[in-house]
Design a protein around this ligand. Structure first.
Ligand SMILES: NC(=O)c1ccc[n+]([C@@H]2O[C@H](COP(=O)([O-])OP(=O)(O)OC[C@H]3O[C@@H](n4cnc5c(N)ncnc54)[C@H](O)[C@@H]3O)[C@@H](O)[C@H]2O)c1
Ligand SMILES: [Zn+2]
Ligand SMILES: [Zn+2]
Length: 340
């Protein structure tokens, strides 16, 4: 089968490899659509702290089951599915608490233990495979994974209502907006350097959207919150000043959630945290319960079809898809590669 390898910094080559051989408890999925994720860009650009080329990227997959292991009970060939792309060791303290994404021995796609999703076939344990309703497209199935990140980011906050600022309106920021809107947060204020992303956020429920390069974001946030500042700020972009900006947007006792993977050191005036008793949390992927919530949303009423701004035909387009997201060559929220 064909698989798209990142072979060097920002370089993708499609190669022939063996199809994955499934175990008794796995299913084999013929890939239909695979999403390009902001988190794929770290390895693609050669800036990932510990993962490097060569690797097959991709972890946002929807497709059709073509083969099932002998002990698989929930799936049969022909089922339309998506996958929660993480498997915990099952016996560490984090796995016992249900925090699979924090398991030190977790298995994720694109590593020596598990193929990445930019390939014609993908194997997965049946426990992490989810059925798509007939009305749910493969495209929406692919969006379940980034939506689960957004669900977890909001679920993990102690703040359950009030004013929200989202710094960065790429895929993750836009999906955080969609989830927060459903939960009744408001006003919701968004920043992004790209005009298209600000307009997209405004069209999808944001009350205001600013360019952080030309506007004084904390001042604008204060103005829109009656001088008070926000209850919750989500950091979904990785600029050098973003943590200071987040702090300055917050009300006393406010909360900052960091979902952006900022893999370099950035300056940060931490006294603001102490002085205003700000709470800070990180959000890493999702717990299985967040993923199930995301699946229910896409199998239910949430329509995210216009979040797919580019759908490119054929695995050979993986290079172009990664380039578009990496270089923001076009207006982009989510790039999908249609594998078959
Ligand atoms: N924690 C997790 O589990 C998880 C999962 C997926 C992605 N991520 C991370 O979240 C971040 C966002 O991911 P994404 O897929 O949305 O990426 P993305 O590239 O689609 O979005 C980033 C957005 O930030 C905007 N931006 C750039 N500089 C900015 C600034 N100074 N202020 C505001 N916005 C700015 C860009 O225009 C872009 O729209 C990345 O760091 C990614 O690695 C984390
Ligand atoms: Zn992703
Ligand atoms: Zn574990």
């Amino acid at each position: 089968m064909k698989a798209a390898f990142v072979t060097d910094v920002e370089k993708v080559e499609v190669k022939e490899i063996e199809k994955p051989v499934i175990t008794d408890t796995e299913v084999l999925i013929k890939a239909k659509t695979v999403g390009v994720c902001g988190s794929d860009l770290h390895l693609f650009r050669g800036t990932h702290p510990f993962r490097h080329a060569p690797a097959i990227l991709g972890h946002e997959i929807a497709g059709e089951v073509v083969e099932v292991g002998s002990r698989v009970t929930k799936f049969k060939p022909g089922d339309r599915v998506t996958v929660e792309p993480q498997v915990g060791c099952g016996h560490c303290e984090m796995c016992e608490k249900g925090y699979i994404s924090l398991c030190p021995g977790k298995k994720v796609p694109g590593t020596p233990k598990w193929i990445g999703a930019f390939a014609e076939y993908f194997n997965a344990e049946e426990d992490i495979v989810y059925k798509l309703e007939d009305k749910t497209s493969y495209e929406m199935g692919t969006l379940a994974e980034p939506l689960a990140v957004a669900v977890h980011t909001i679920n993990h906050a102690e703040t359950k209502s009030g004013s929200l600022v989202i710094l960065g309106a790429g895929t993750i920021g836009q999906l955080v907006l969609a989830v927060a809107k459903q939960r009744g947060f408001g006003p919701i204020i968004v920043t992004d350097t790209a005009p298209f992303n600000r307009e997209f956020a405004l069209a999808h429920g944001a009350d205001a959207a600013f360019d952080p390069l030309t506007e004084d974001v904390p001042a604008k946030v204060k103005e829109l919150t009656g001088g008070r500042g926000a209850d919750l700020v989500i950091v979904a972009a990785g600029a050098d000043n973003i943590l200071d900006q987040a702090c300055q947007c917050l009300h006393k006792c406010g909360e900052m959630g960091i979902v952006a993977m900022i893999t370099k050191e950035i300056p940060f005036y931490c006294y603001a945290i102490v002085f205003n008793e700000i709470k800070v949390y990180g959000a890493m992927c999702y717990e299985p319960k967040d993923f199930k919530e995301a699946i229910d949303m896409i199998n239910g009423d949430l329509d995210l079809s216009d979040y797919v701004t580019q759908e490119m035909d054929g695995i050979e387009k993986t290079q172009e898809g990664l380039d578009i997201l990496s270089q923001k060559k076009e207006n982009v929220v989510k790039v999908l590669i249609k594998i078959s």
